[in-house]
Design a binder for this molecule. Structure first.
Ligand code: 9MR
Ligand code: 9MR
Length: 573
């Protein structure tokens, strides 16, 4: 175990031939523009027009410094002043030129759209027709209209083996199961993107079956999952099943060829609270579209309250994986943050001060969110909707806690030789989503305080997942010069199309390498935090895709596009 952790035969294989790292999708005219350059003795860099080879910008490299997560010394090239749209590359004597990149007013619009469309591509229980899915059209699978109640979920009205219907929803990730805890943070993040940056989605045409209605496509896409979530609530008591799953993971087959029996498994407190939080939030969002989604807002608010009430009666029903079930767990034993999150959203939805008190009573610290750490979502929701706070709430405290969380990230970003906020401990399963969730926090603080360094730090996080990383690769399928080609995604692998389904963020470097045995034929080239990645289908620990990882990518791409997009940006300050 320890030997594997510390001494692979060639831990520096990637580090020996480093490349200039740039954002391969490009930059907005107004964005900060950084490249990461292997430590070189040269001091000058040139940004040249690809077409003419003429210099568009010349500058000096920053001082060399060490970046621990990749054990590398790097220098920063800052060409933020280059605001002229065009196609460029970076040149430094003695190094191979960088990949080509664009500066364009709409640089992240296609990315933001594709990252939402990825959810459509992961819809369960429906055929994807060629008119909307193009070559990724596929037959329907998993109708989920005859799901069995697992013994762990049995209740008087629904004994084990009862058949229920729980169709639609999104497949969680590379696997075909549907998990409430993960669905909750995912739909919350997508709807937060809509709430915070509606201008990025108002006219977005995703070319999904619902496109062309007078509600945004994003809300139609989210409703596909919310409708499924509603069916996971037991009408008899308000409890919410933790997941809808096969007993074991399916093989790498298409949805239409996966026929194993599906079950709803154990009601859990975490599921009830995540459900309550996201339903309360959604009820406010869809209330503005009553004509397109009749009755939906009221139904969701009632469902949120019922789930909250169930959680009050079952405050500690931790999910315990039954012996005959081996699919994803999303297990969490610490639920203060889930209580705080649901309370905060119910407070915003109802204006009832008792929910605010519940939120405060949990004493939850604002942290960068992840599926099992949702306290930050509560703080951010309250901060983003200060206009809804009652006199009972402490608006100044809320604002301070959210910007405090972002200030810590800004400090990390400034100190980092690589100019990213991520620390060694952030390189976990789904590290790229950590990067995106950090950027979401920074964009929340930017909305509160308008300070330029929040924006620049968020930009750096997006740069990182799009190529300004020590592997010099984009981590989003279909985007950038070297995107992932072999993600752990059953559809992408089984569909017979060489390229993976586009718009998906791969999990990213993860020194935990929990899949090492499954990947023995193509071992990780390095155990270093930022280099422990393989673009292989075997690698569910570094190269799977997942809805909760894509949602903050949607948020960040849309937020930066909305904030800094356009051909004639305001001057930098
Ligand atoms: O395909 C599964 C993936 O979706 C999960 O994230 C991962 C961890 O739970 O497990 C994958 O399934 C693998 C299993 O855990 C071990 N044997 C190989 C399976 C498929 O590669
Ligand atoms: O994202 C989850 C990660 O935090 C956990 O460490 C990992 C192992 O429990 O599971 C991840 O979630 C997977 C889920 O269990 C099943 N679907 C695929 C998810 C992404 O790999």
């Amino acid at each position: 175990m320890i030997a594997v952790q510390l001494s692979l035969p060639f831990p520096h294989a990637f580090a020996r031939d480093p490349a200039i790292g740039i954002n391969q999708v490009g930059y907005l005219p107004a964005s900060q523009k950084l490249a990461t350059v292997p430590a070189t003795a040269q001091n000058d860099f040139i940004v040249e027009h690809v077409a003419s080879g003429k210099a568009a910008y010349t500058g000096k490299l920053g001082a060399a410094a060490e970046w621990k997560p990749a054990d590398r010394r790097v220098r920063i090239a800052d060409f933020s002043a280059l605001a002229q749209p065009g196609r460029y590359r970076l040149r430094i004597d003695g190094l191979p030129p960088s990949d080509e990149f664009v500066v364009a007013g709409d640089a992240y619009a296609p990315l933001a759209a594709a990252a939402v469309k990825a959810f459509y591509f992961n819809r369960a229980g429906t055929a994807l027709d060629a008119a909307h899915a193009g070559r990724f059209a596929r037959a329907a699978g998993h109708p989920d209209d005859a799901v069995l109640v697992h013994a762990s979920a049995a209740s008087p009205a629904r004994p084990a083996g009862t058949k229920i219907s729980s169709p639609k929803g999104w497949y969680d990730a590379g696997d075909y199961n549907k998990y409430i805890v993960n669905s909750a943070i995912t739909t919350w993040t997508l709807l937060a993107a809509w709430q915070d940056f509606p201008q990025a989605f108002a006219a977005q045409d995703l070319d999904i079956p619902e496109s062309g209605s007078d509600a945004p496509d994003l809300l139609h896409e989210a409703w596909w999952n919310l409708e499924w979530m509603l069916s996971m609530q037991d009408p008899a008591d308000g409890g919410v099943y933790h997941k809808l799953t096969t007993l074991k993971f399916a093989g790498f087959v298409m949805p239409a060829d996966a026929h194993a029996q599906r079950y709803v498994v154990q009601k859990s407190t975490a599921a009830a609270l995540g459900f309550a939080a996201s339903m309360a939030q959604a009820s406010r969002v869809y209330a503005r579209y009553e004509a397109q989604f009749p009755g939906v807002a009221a139904r969701m608010l009632a469902a949120a309250k019922a789930a909250w009430a169930w959680a009050q009666r079952h405050p500690q029903d931790i999910y315990r994986q039954p012996a005959d079930v081996s699919t994803g767990e999303y297990g969490d034993r610490k639920l203060d943050d889930e209580f705080a999150w649901a309370a905060a959203e119910l407070y915003l939805a109802t204006g009832d001060d008792a929910f605010y008190d519940e939120f405060i009573a949990r004493g939850v610290a604002p942290r960068v969110p992840s599926w099992n750490e949702v306290g930050g979502l509560a703080w951010m929701a309250l901060a983003a909707h200060r206009d809804r706070l009652t006199p009972h709430a402490d608006g100044a405290l809320i604002e301070e806690r959210v910007s405090g969380m972002a200030d810590a990230l800004v400090r990390q970003w400034k100190r980092s030789a690589y100019r990213v906020a991520m620390q060694p401990a952030d390189f976990v399963w789904g590290s790229n989503a950590v990067a995106m969730n950090q950027a979401m926090v920074l964009m929340q603080a930017y909305r509160l305080r308008g300070r330029r360094d929040y924006l620049d730090a968020a930009q750096s996080q997006l740069d990182y997942v799009l190529g300004r990383n020590p592997l010099a690769r984009s981590f989003v399928t279909g985007f950038g010069t070297r995107p992932p080609l072999h993600v752990h995604h059953r559809v992408s692998e089984a569909d017979g199309i060489a390229e993976p389904v586009p718009g998906w963020l791969a999990g990213g470097p993860n020194p935990g390498r929990q899949d090492a045995r499954d990947c023995a034929a193509s071992p990780y080239p390095s155990a270093l935090p930022a280099l422990a990645y393989i673009d292989r289908v075997c690698s569910y620990a570094s190269n799977e895709v997942a809805i909760n990882w894509n949602a903050p990518l949607v948020y960040v791409a849309a937020a930066l596009q909305a904030t800094q997009g356009g051909e004639n940006p305001p001057a930098r300050n």
